[in-house]
Design a protein around this ligand. Structure first.
Ligand code: S3P
Length: 418
């Protein structure tokens, strides 16, 4: 079994990989648009490679040169394809909606983890638009049959950018107007990119409305991923100053900064600017004293992928923290409530499992120990931060899954697999 020993850490400046959500969308939307586009600073993690290979199967032309992609879109997706989405929830959910609008048949499937994640949440709203999407007992493989779509008003009972985006990507091909309303606003990269590509779209609070539209290819300069930067930002707070450069600070993604504010972590946003419709900044984080916090359902969507890391920070904070309203964590790449509780306990922390979150009793010093990633990239990377911040360090088992979103994560920390 591959494992990595974690102990050391060097403070400093970090360039992080491109944003996963923005890269998926830039490939997918340009892959179905009129014209050609260049995507720079694209994330070449395994999830985005899954999106590339699916879009190629559907007929898009994609050339890869390092982190620069050239995409030539196709208006007519190829029929009858079997689309392997690997480990990627974003690929399977967004593509299900996109393909459903193209009046073609397709099968979408993925690995064991993806096959355990809920797909009815996409099939049911798409059915309201007239789509024929069959799941396998609520999961992948998912089968799309050709149907002509019509607009509908969809209300979601879960705040999910993946589900919202699936409806919008079907909505661009549906006759008339389609709207989707979510209980709390989730990340809005799809809305921003569709608008930039010429879609007729409007946003009113948590409701997004789209009319049938043709997309024009656009160049995208992908900001660095705040979800990847978060590990280095956390190390800044725990160990010593870090500067993460050119990080996307779209307000629907900066929940980690809200958590930092409440924990009392000192940070500054430097060099704030706009890049390709998305706000970016360099984020400087100082080693800080932290106090326990409370987070509830309203806070969750903007930090959904960072919650294991936030829970870890709470384990080092003074006093008790309570995170609730986060039951979505149960259906991520692993059951992240269970795997986060186990991670914190394995390094000597105190963490109680709630049905929808955690209660964490902070300690100034944690011993360290052995951690399993459960093949979940965010747990592997949270584990690295945990062990670096601990007294004695330890091993991470099955760490290689960090390639899903951050292929050179351990290199950036100066650590090698053995
Ligand atoms: C993503 C949305 C989130 C997030 C995932 C990426 C996206 O999922 O957890 O890593 O790119 O739309 P949900 O929207 O289903 O919560």
């Amino acid at each position: 079994m591959e494992r990595i020993k974690v102990r050391e850490y060097f403070e400093g400046e970090f360039d992080l990989p491109g944003d996963k959500s923005v890269t998926h969308r830039a490939i997918m939307l340009n892959g179905g648009a009129e014209g050609e586009a260049v995507i720079t600073n694209a994330l070449m993690g395994e999830d985005c490679l899954s999106t590339c290979s699916c879009m190629r199967s559907l007929g898009a032309e994609i050339d890869v040169d390092g982190t620069t992609l050239r995409v030539k879109g196709t208006q007519r997706f190829r029929r009858g394809k079997e689309l392997n989405c690997g480990n990627s929830g974003t690929t399977i959910r967004l593509l299900t909606g996109y393909v459903a609008g193209k009046e073609i048949d397709a099968k979408l499937y993925g690995d064991e983890s993806l096959s355990s994640r809920p797909m009815k949440r996409v099939a049911e709203p798409l059915a309201l638009l007239g789509a024929n999407v069959q799941t396998t007992d609520g999961h992948a493989p998912v089968y799309v049959a050709p149907e002509k779509l019509h607009g509908a008003d969809v209300t979601l009972n879960v705040a999910s950018a993946q589900v919202k985006s699936a409806v919008l990507l079907a909505g661009i091909s549906a006759e008339g107007e389609t709207s989707v309303t979510e209980p709390v606003k989730s990340r809005d990269h799809t809305e921003r990119m569709l608008t930039a590509m010429g879609a007729d779209l409007r946003v009113d609070g948590n409701k997004v409305t789209i009319k049938k539209s043709t997309l024009q290819a656009i160049d995208v300069c992908v900001p660095s991923d705040i979800s990847s930067a978060a590990y280095f930002m956390a190390l800044g707070a725990l160990k010593g100053d870090t500067l993460c450069k050119n990080v996307g600070i779209n307000p629907t993604r900066t929940g980690i900064l809200t958590a930092f504010d409440r924990l009392g972590i000192q940070y500054s946003l430097l060099n704030e600017r706009m890049s390709g419709g998305e706000a970016t900044a360099d984020i400087l984080v100082k080693k800080s004293y932290m106090q326990g916090i409370t987070l509830t359902a309203e806070d969750v969507p903007a930090m959904i992928d960072e919650l294991p890391l936030v829970a870890l920070l709470c384990a080092f904070a003074d006093g008790e923290s309570r995170i609730t309203g986060a039951k979505e964590l149960r259906v991520k790449e692993s059951d992240r409530i269970r795997t986060t509780v186990e991670l914190i306990r394995n390094i000597g922390g105190e963490c109680e499992e709630l049905p929808d979150g955690f209660i964490i009793r902070g300690k100034k010093k944690l011993q360290g120990g052995d951690i399993d990633s459960y093949l979940d990239h965010r747990i592997a990377m949270t584990g690295a931060v945990a062990l670096i911040a601990s007294e004695n360090g330890g091993y991470i088992h099955r760490p290689e899954c960090c390639a899903i979103s951050f292929p050179d994560f351990f290199d950036k920390l100066g650590l090698k697999l053995f």
